[in-house]
Design a protein around this ligand. Sequence first.
Ligand code: 5GP
Ligand code: ZN
Length: 124
Amino acid sequence: MNCLFCKIAKGEVPAEIIYEDEKFLVFKDIHPKAPIHLLIVPKKHIPSINHLELRDKELMGELFLLSQKIAREKEVAKKGYKLVLNVGRGGGQLIDHLHLHLLAGWTPPTHHPSEKERNIPGMP
Ligand code: 5GP
Ligand code: ZN
């Protein structure tokens, strides 16, 4: 399948992987929109939230629990972070393999991200 994130999961395309287990991969976004910009990606090829099936419900729960763990490990859990899921072209999704953006690291910690920092590619 000609899917970039499947290729990254198979090791066919390089990425700065910071976490991997049987079901998930976490790597740095190639065009970071925040000081910390990670993509949390289930290895299973699900094109988008629109394609979720009932049998994926456990996987989706695990996705959010993993985002919590990564946020703790990156020491941004207390300061706060953003989780973004783009769905379809109109929702800014460019890669048709479900992924959760974790964005964080703005300083000072109480700072509200500027419009520019908040801007996710393709977001209206
Ligand atoms: P989407 O717009 O689909 O929600 O997010 C796709 C993200 O993948 C974008 O933020 C984009 O910068 C990132 N991206 C696109 N190509 C690559 C790549 O080859 N490697 C990595 N690490 N990230 C990529
Ligand atoms: Zn894929």
